[in-house]
Write a protein of this length. Sequence first.
Length: 103
Amino acid sequence: MKIDPKRLKELERSEAKLNALEAGGVDNWEWYGDALAPLQKQEEIDDEISHSVEDILATVCEKVDEPAGHGCGYGVSDDCHDEIVVLITQLIKKIGEIEKEDA
């Protein structure tokens, strides 16, 4: 992934600003945790999606078959499809649970 130099500079300034604010005690502010709650919730959802993608890729790669021989194409068994549906369903439920927390 490439980051535009201008965007990198913006990110570095934002990080420096956050570090200065936290060094000044903003992280002890009474509502600090509440202000960060939506960000933390999104990070939790992003983590769940990332883990689910890893599980899906592991499932697909485990079930790959080259029925006509090496280099002739791939096939995936029907049970792989069913396992992926289960994984995606679990992901959707988990995201729903995360979104309901503190709602």
